[in-house]
Ligand binder design. Structure first.
Ligand SMILES: Nc1ncnc2c1ncn2[C@@H]1O[C@H](COP(=O)(O)OP(=O)(O)OP(=O)(O)O)[C@@H](O)[C@H]1O
Length: 233
């Protein structure tokens, strides 16, 4: 049973402040991700990797195509879902580790990480216990756990973000450069965490510029240049 099925996605940006200049980015994007598989989007800078990931999470609308995933056992097309359905898909079925943490003032790192579980009804103490385990594993110094992450370093913020993204058991997980700001030790931790998600049957789709990490996590590399729009002369 396919976990994520993307068919014929197309995306064009219209630059309204530039006389409506139209920028076709990708066309006919078609691929599947199976449970337990990690597919990596590859291709040169500007090929459309981030745009595809943002479409799959519903951050960018699509011009055409479908993004089907299982939601409580039923196939749902995220591309045509209403905003409320997109929110429940994100709560229960599709997770996303963005490159940068969106910090909320006054909320401690521990609560930032625990929040996705609390939202899903897990008791706060238990959710914080899981958050502690993850932050310890990612070597975030314990003295930082009770502080809001706004002043943390890039790599510290990224680790909070990874812990937050990995704490839930979403069957589909999107990873946007989760190791970009990390040192070798923590990169290895994240590689191990991705392997554990695979073993748990999670379907992962990600962008990894670090070649070594990419080789370690990818079951398949999808060359995004295959989806370049054909320029009509
Ligand atoms: N919001 C946007 N508005 C206009 N153009 C955009 C927008 N987002 C992306 N683009 C354009 O779409 C193209 C693909 O960008 P995208 O970020 O998806 O590429 P990428 O393969 O992820 O690149 P990189 O590896 O450098 O991150 C680029 O030409 C970019 O300028």
């Amino acid at each position: 049973m396919t976990a994520l099925s993307v068919k014929n996605l197309a995306k064009t940006f219209t630059m309204h402040l530039r006389d409506g200049v139209v920028l076709p980015v990708v066309d006919n994007v078609t691929f599947d991700v199976q449970p337990g598989e990690c597919v990596v989007l590859g291709g040169p800078s500007g090929a459309g990797k981030s745009s595809i990931l943002k479409m799959v999470y519903g951050n960018y609308g699509v011009d055409a195509g479908t993004i089907v995933l299982r939601h409580h056992g039923e196939p749902v097309d995220l591309a045509s879902a209403d905003p409320r359905t997109v929110l429940t898909l994100r709560r229960d079925s599709i997770g996303y580790v963005s490159q940068f943490l969106r910090t909320v003032p006054r909320v401690s790192a521990l609560d930032v990480v625990a929040e996705p579980l609390v939202i899903r009804g897990v008791e706060r103490e238990r959710a914080q216990g899981r958050a502690r385990d993850l932050l310890a594993r990612l070597n975030l110094p314990e003295r930082l756990w009770s502080l809001p992450p706004a002043t943390f370093s890039g790599g510290e913020q990224q680790r909070v973000n990874i812990a937050r993204g990995f704490i839930t058991a979403h069957p589909v997980l999107l990873l946007d450069e989760p190791t970009a700001s990390l040192d070798a030790t923590n990169r290895a931790v994240v590689v191990a965490m991705i392997a554990e998600k695979k073993a748990a049957g999670v379907a992962q789709l990600g962008i990894f510029h670090d070649e070594e990490v990419r080789e370690q996590v990818a079951d398949r590399i999808l060359d995004v240049t295959a989806f370049a729009p054909r320029i009509v002369a």
